[in-house]
Design a protein around this ligand. Structure first.
Ligand code: FEO
Length: 391
């Protein structure tokens, strides 16, 4: 058992989650600042726990709960989301809180929890359902695909707290629980990165959820990861409105791998050509920056140029992995093209173009294929083509 304590976030409402300072890879997403698994304890006539924590942090969760109340006294557990970072300690908590009822969505929460933890004391809820836990009410709002089909958020009208689970969160390990106790630029960057890597394919569902939550008065957004929003609530909601929209910025991202600097020279030329026509451009050697950071930049940047030399008749495996990731995230309203150098064959550039098309990127320039080292004349021609693009 650890010496961790609960943090009171409102009268008789406590953060009892866990801080994962060392997490650096969250199912492929590079979490360079770690993360938290937030859970909340409400002391009312019915003692209520909202979410648990990843199983590795069960002791931390139980220690924080125990600093307020005997966990055996928990009457109600809300499972907002089946994914194991939130439900991972559910069985262990249920074994201690033997009479607790576990509220989850119907049918997906019920199915997912049963598959993972067997038959526990589940109570299925749907949109519009609420329960009284004494002086407080908990209203359930399903938010399918934010992040899984089972996801829901819970609103407490008496406290004006939205327990939002994955929505509005970010992977950020911190000792301070509230947004205004941390650096806002860092939080917003990590929130954008979280949205880009986790929620990008679900913009339409996010907009439905924002509409459903639109009329709620909110004093706190108690997220499932990272900080609790209390000062910048309208800012993070406005960010979600923009992030979930189809709007993109006039900005270009150039991503490439290179073997002997030729594709690298092309990438530099393309980046500068965009900048010369007034479009800010970012340049990423894929070996130097994690995919999840590159994707964060691509997310709201309208233009995407991807380059790869040819190796064994294929594109570089780094670029193949990147394009596979992009194809899954389905960025909206992106325009782009492929480029690369080659020694012979040169099949990679068409392969990159095909994968960009498969990711939904509109091709606005025929693929740039350069044998061996590009000449100054060829580089000038590439710049001219980018300058002449009808955007
Ligand atoms: Fe934080 Fe989708 O789990």
């Amino acid at each position: 058992m650890t010496n961790c304590k609960a943090v009171e976030i409102a009268k008789n409402i406590y953060w009892v989650g866990a801080v994962d300072w060392s997490m650096r890879n969250f199912h492929g997403y590079t979490t360079s600042r770690g993360t938290t698994y937030n859970a909340y304890l409400i002391i009312d006539e019915k003692i209520t726990l909202i979410d648990t924590a990843k199983i590795d942090f069960k002791d931390e969760l139980l220690a924080r709960i125990s600093s307020v109340i005997d966990p055996a006294k928990i009457d109600v557990i809300i499972s907002s989301h089946v994914e194991s970072d939130h439900s991972g300690s559910l069985r262990e908590v249920a074994e201690i809180a033997k009479n607790a009822e576990i509220f989850t969505t119907n049918p997906n929460g019920l199915k997912g929890l049963t598959a993972r933890y067997g038959n526990l004391n589940y109570k299925a809820v749907k949109a519009g359902d609420s329960i009284s836990i004494g002086a407080r009410t908990l209203q359930f709002v399903p938010t399918p695909m934010l992040h899984w089909p089972d996801s829901m958020v819970t609103y407490c009208p008496e406290e004006k707290i939205l327990f939002s689970n994955d929505a509005f969160g970010e992977h950020l390990a911190t000792s301070m629980r509230f947004d205004d106790e941390n650096d806002l630029d860092t939080i917003l960057f990590e929130a954008k990165k979280y949205y880009a890597n986790i929620l990008m394919p679900f913009g339409k569902q996010a907009q439905v959820a924002l509409k459903a939550l639109g009329d709620l008065e909110i004093n706190l957004i108690a997220t499932g990861h990272g900080v609790i929003w209390r000062k910048n609530i309208s800012k993070i909601i406005d960010c979600y409105k923009f992030w979930s929209s189809e709007e993109v910025n006039e900005r270009a991202v150039v991503v490439f791998d290179s073997m002997w600097h030729s594709t690298e020279i092309l990438a530099q030329t393309i980046t500068e050509a965009f900048a010369r026509r007034g479009i800010p451009a970012a340049y990423y050697d894929i070996k130097k920056t994690p995919l999840s950071d590159i994707v964060t930049d691509i997310f709201k940047s309208k233009y995407l140029a991807v380059g790869s030399p040819t190796i064994n008749n294929q594109m570089m495996p780094t670029i193949a992995a990147f394009l596979c990731y992009i194809k899954g995230l389905r960025p909206l309203n992106h325009k782009g093209f492929a480029f690369g150098s080659y020694g012979w064959g040169g099949q990679s550039i068409a392969q990159v173009e095909d994968e960009l098309k498969a990711a939904g990127v509109e091709i606005i320039l025929d693929k740039i294929r350069i044998a061996n080292l590009p000449t100054e004349k060829q580089l000038d021609e590439i710049s001219e083509k980018i300058a002449a693009l009808q955007l």
